[in-house]
Design a binder for this molecule. Structure first.
Ligand SMILES: Cc1cc2nc3c(=O)[nH]c(=O)nc-3n(C[C@H](O)[C@H](O)[C@H](O)COP(=O)(O)OP(=O)(O)OC[C@H]3O[C@@H](n4cnc5c(N)ncnc54)[C@H](O)[C@@H]3O)c2cc1C
Length: 169
């Protein structure tokens, strides 16, 4: 929406079949009502071309496999996120995508509980499978990927840290 105020035309390339699965309806409505935005579905960027700056993109249709080269001056990428948690693999339980499991979610691993959690007490809400190690924000499985959520979880977590320290002292 911001680019559309300044650019002659904005093309949104979507790998899936629509924006609806991952975007709020109010934004979809705004995009649909903006004449200089075009949404092109089933499309991936497979190559960027140019000399000292971007001049063209090679696009591929996911259904037909057909490619086309289109002129382009700017490319903005917004394709989601991957948690960088490989280094924690042997330490804490993660979901299939690498997000850290905490609290009640630890029961959803499919691994026998005694292999996931070593304590008599249940894990605190934001506690990982390693007692005393907590996870908040985007890296936590099931978290709402927003700044306010991350900050909120961080502030809630402090209480659990105090409880944990109180119990181990
Ligand atoms: C393009 C985009 C637009 C967004 N727009 C909005 C918005 O409009 N409103 C909104 O509320 N939210 C928005 N978000 C989401 C918001 O940015 C996140 O929810 C928020 O930043 C999560 O905070 P976090 O602290 O959990 O993680 P991050 O902000 O990702 O912070 C994690 C930090 O840990 C560092 N790190 C990673 N691994 C290690 C390591 N091994 N050692 C040390 N440091 C490490 C990273 O470098 C990073 O600095 C947007 C996100 C993106 C990508």
């Amino acid at each position: 929406m911001n680019f559309a105020k300044y650019a002659k035309s904005v093309t949104m390339l979507v790998r899936g079949d629509s924006l609806t699965k991952s975007m709020s309806q109010y934004l979809i409505d705004q995009i649909a009502a903006t004449p200089n935005i075009t949404v092109q579905t089933h499309t991936s960027v497979i190559e960027a071309k140019g000399g000292t700056q971007l001049e063209a993109l090679v696009l591929q249709n996911a259904i037909t496999g057909a490619t086309e080269t289109v002129p382009a001056q700017s490319l903005f990428i917004f394709i989601g996120a991957t948690p960088h948690t490989d280094w924690l693999e042997d330490l804490v339980q993660r979901d299939g995508r690498g997000y850290l499991l905490t609290g009640p979610d630890l029961a959803s691993t499919g691994v026998p509980p005694h292999q996931v959690w070593s304590q008599e007490r249940p894990p605190f809400l934001l506690e990982t499978s390693l007692p005393g190690v907590f996870a908040v924000g985007d890296v936590r499985c099931g978290s709402i990927k927003r700044v306010a959520s991350g900050v909120g979880e961080g502030s809630i977590c402090v209480q659990f840290v105090h409880q944990y320290l109180g119990a181990v002292r």
